[in-house]
Design a protein around this ligand. Sequence first.
Ligand code: ADP
Length: 176
Amino acid sequence: MNQQRGVTVWFTGLSGAGKTTIANAVDRELKIAAASVELLDGDELRQTLCRGLGFSAIDRIENMRRIGFVAHLLTKNGVIVLVSTISPYREIRQELRRKIGDFIEVYVNAPVAVCEWRDVKGLYEQARAGLIENFTGIDAAYEVPLQPDVECQTDRETIAQSTIKVLTKLEKLGYI
Ligand code: ADP
């Protein structure tokens, strides 16, 4: 059997940076190409796999590890896994890269001011009003990737440009 090589494409960045938007666009393109692909959306997984976890450092680490665990299983089975979750801690992202092996870190980068201006989910407004605590970029840390495999600067690129960057990397590394 000519099986596809699996890989985890891990989109990290602030809320509203564009992780889900780009992951969805990459997903669409890969499905058109008949690739075996799975989307793991952090917001959705907080209702199921990660239900009950909050936003303390310990819970965020657990959240990343659970998602990483599932991504690893799928990756081993030849799936292209698109993970979109803030995943603020560099060390845990590195840990998952070591474990999974086939791992592409995509830093979805937009300044917090831009994310806040977009406020896609209205969360920044709530965080500023003190209704949400431990909000990444406001009163919780985000550790910027030092050597991401791909960086999408979504305040300066179109969604299509960001999407192509990810697809090009997948192609260059031989996954598609
Ligand atoms: P996240 O998943 O990181 O929380 P979302 O994808 O939900 O962020 O929201 C990002 C917002 O930014 C969307 O409204 C999207 O249309 C907009 N946007 C503007 N330019 C880009 C770009 N180049 N890439 C991704 N999103 C972009």
